[in-house]
Structures are given as C-alpha cells and as structure tokens.
Design a protein around this ligand. Structure first.
Ligand code: COA
Length: 365
C-alpha cells in the first residue's frame, strides 16, 4: 500500500484544463489566462470561459448574458417553500436547501444529456444570486426584489440585496469578487463535487456537495471568520494585542495560510487594491488600515520570526471589501458560492466527459 498523505497533501488526483496554480510563484490561471488579466472582464465572460473553455466573442457573450438574465427569476412556489423554514441568518444552510428545492422544480433535474446539463448550468449560475438575496431579505421579513436586467451579474446581486443601485465602483468590486471566487482547482468543495459527479450523480446534487464542503470555517467559512475578526478587533490600536493573543493561544488566524500558496495569494493583491479604492470612495479607511496592520504584524510574526510561509489568502482582503459593501458576515460564504458555481459546473462537465469513479483507498490501522 502507498504511503498515506494526511489531508491528501501534494497528491495529484486528476488532469484538468480548467485552472492552474503555481503556489510558489503565486500564479493562478483560468483556462490558461492569468487571473490579473481576467479580473477586468465581466463575470459573465469569465463564467462562460470556465464552462465553455474559451473567452466568448461579442455574440457569444451577448447570448450568454441574455440567457443568464432570462433565468434569474425564481419560482414563486419555491419562495413559499423556503418561507416555511426559519433559516434565520444561517445563509448557507438556506442556500443549500434552496438549491435542492430548485432541483425539484427543474424538469431536467435527472436528465444527463449535454443539452440538459447546459440548460441546468445557465439556471444555476443565474439563480444563485437571486436565491441568496431573497433568503437574506426573507430573514428580515422583506419581500424578494425582481432582478434588474440593466445590471451586471454582480451589480444586480447587490441591487436585489439592498434595493439600491450600486455605484460604479461597488458594482466593479462585486463583479471582481465573483470572478476571483469563481475557480480554484481541486480545493475541498470542488474535489467533493467531482467525487459526486464521478458517480454520475446529477449536476444539482454535485453542486450541493460543493456547498456543504464550502461551508466549513477552514474553507469558504474563513471569509466570515475574517469579517468577525475585524469586528472583534474594532480599532487599529487593538490589532497588536489581538493578534499576539491568538498566536499565544495557538489559534489560527482566518484569512492567512494556504495548502497550495506558499507566497502571497494573487487574488489577495487584487482584493487589496479594490478594498483600498473603496476605502477612498467611502472616505473611511478604518477597515482597510486595520487589515493592513494585521498583515504587517503577521508578516513579522509568521515570516520574519517563525520562518513560515503564511500570507493573506483570498478570504483576507475580500472580507474588507465586503465590509465596505455593507455585506453582513453571515452572507460571506453564500456570496463566495455565487462566484464559485461556474467553476464547480466546469469541473462537473470535465468529470462527466472523461469519467472514472473517484475511489481512493484507506490504510487500515
Ligand atoms: C488554509 C489552511 C486550512 C491550510 O491548511 P494546511 O495546509 O493543512 O496547513 P496546516 O494547518 O497544517 O498549517 C501548517 C502550519 O502553519 C500553521 N498555520 C496555518 N495557517 C495558520 C493560520 N491561519 N494562523 C496561524 N497558524 C497557521 C499551522 O498551525 C501549522 O503550524 P505547525 O506546523 O506549527 O503545526 C490553513 O492555513 C488555515 O486553517 N488557514 C485559516 C483558514 C483560512 O483562511 N482558510 C481559507 C483558505 S483559502
């Protein structure tokens, strides 16, 4: 029997054309294109790229965006069903249940043809933001808002959440957030979803596996963890004692460290730039300054003193962006999923196209 690798560290489980990470150089590419070059496109273009394999031309993008917009609505009956539950503010539990419910209302749920999968992909990408916004509003007794077809994927989500048309920078921040969250090779949620797909389970079921795995605080839940941390720290003066206390107690600091990146996460740099620009637009640098101070102290503690390669990951400055967008911490993981669903779908399609059931072995002790 082969040597067991705890947490499957360094184990190569499959070939993929969807994304590439160089964790030493800090490089991330979707379909061979660097994340820095993708961050200025629209989410629709990046979603199309991930699922279909190429950057869409003008006609392809127009058609794809129109299809997404046509499918943003959610079924009235579905809203009634969801209102029967009291999810409170546990947004991801609500989203997971809502996707099961969406599957139930999708007549092609258990159809596995490429056309059916394509139709379901569009519906999933289109409905995720509507569901997250509707569930959030319902938790405050508010009615869901109709999607606004004039707005991009990200801007429309912010609009459906708050009822306010976002500023140009807020809209850009949300689009970038969804793009940067869209795909990341064999992260835990994508791996769990590929296992489900490898049994030839349907697309909705696989996506639900992804959601269940994303929920954990060591994965998608870390973004909420960073937002909570910023609230707990409160002011820049408290940063040093807060961080040192955590290190003393050997507690993990959310938003730092990564299984693959042993350098600065390239997505964190882009988020940092957006967070800085938002802090200027909002004329409030407090969240940004606090985060930068956490980063400065932890660089000293982790890298300079302990010699550990622990740097900000995708969740660190994205949490600061969410603070400036007035997004409640409880929504952070669900919003991550709004972006990630395109990557998940791409991985399901890749798995279906060249399938062998994923079934590793365990070492009996
Ligand atoms: C991402 C993460 C799960 C990677 O886990 P991993 O590859 O299994 O790495 P480990 O947890 O084994 O960490 C290796 C070492 O660094 C330390 N470490 C890792 N992340 C740390 C963090 N955020 N804060 C403090 N110490 C950390 C571990 O305690 C361990 O120290 P040790 O060797 O002295 O025992 C881990 O870095 C983490 O929990 N980060 C915080 C949660 C987070 O931000 N998740 C989002 C990931 S995108």
């Amino acid at each position: 029997m082969e040597e067991m690798k705890k947490g499957l560290e360094g184990v190569v489980a499959l070939d993929t054309k969807i994304s590439f990470i160089d964790g030493i150089q800090g490089i991330l590419m979707y379909r061979g294109i660097k994340i820095e070059d993708l961050a200025d496109l629209s989410y629709d273009a990046v979603s199309y790229l991930l699922i279909n394999g190429n950057i869409p031309n003008e006609t392809e993008l127009l058609e794809y965006s129109q299809e997404i917009k046509k499918n943003r609505q959610i079924n009235g009956k579905q809203i009634e069903v969801l209102n029967e539950f009291d999810f409170g503010i546990e947004a991801l539990d609500g989203l997971r249940t809502a996707i099961s419910c969406t599957a139930h209302f999708d007549l092609e749920n258990n159809h596995h043809s490429p056309d059916a999968n394509k139709n379901k992909s569009i519906r999933l990408v289109a409905k995720f933001p509507t569901i997250v916004a509707a569930l959030h509003r319902a938790s405050f007794g508010q009615e869901p808002l109709e999607p606004n077809d004039e707005l991009s994927h990200g801007a429309n989500f912010l609009y459906m959440l708050t009822g306010k048309i976002p500023t140009e920078l807020e809209a850009e921040a949300m689009e970038k957030d969804l793009i940067l969250s869209a795909e990341h090779e064999l992260n835990p949620s994508t791996f769990s979803l590929r296992i489900a797909a490898s049994t030839l389970s349907d697309l909705y079921s696989a996506v639900i596996c992804g959601l269940c795995t994303l929920k954990g605080p060591l994965h998608g839940g870390a973004r909420k963890g960073v937002m909570d941390m910023l609230d707990e720290v409160g002011t820049i003066e408290n940063v040093q004692s807060y961080v040192l206390d955590k290190l003393e107690k050997k507690e993990k600091i959310m938003g730092f460290g990564h299984r693959v990146y042993k350098t600065y996460d390239p997505r964190a740099r882009i988020y940092k730039d957006v967070a800085k620009r938002l802090s200027i637009e909002k004329q409030d640098s407090s969240w940004f300054d606090m985060a930068e101070e956490i980063e400065r102290i932890l660089y000293h503690e982790f890298v300079e003193i302990r010699g550990k390669s622990l740097y900000p990951n995708v969740d660190f400055y994205s949490a600061v962006v969410y603070k400036y967008l007035d997004i409640p911490a409880e929504l952070a993981t669900s919003i991550f999923a709004i972006g990630r669903v395109s990557g998940w779908i791409a991985h399901c399609m890749e798995q279906y196209a060249d399938n062998r059931v994923i079934r590793p072995r365990a070492h009996f002790v």
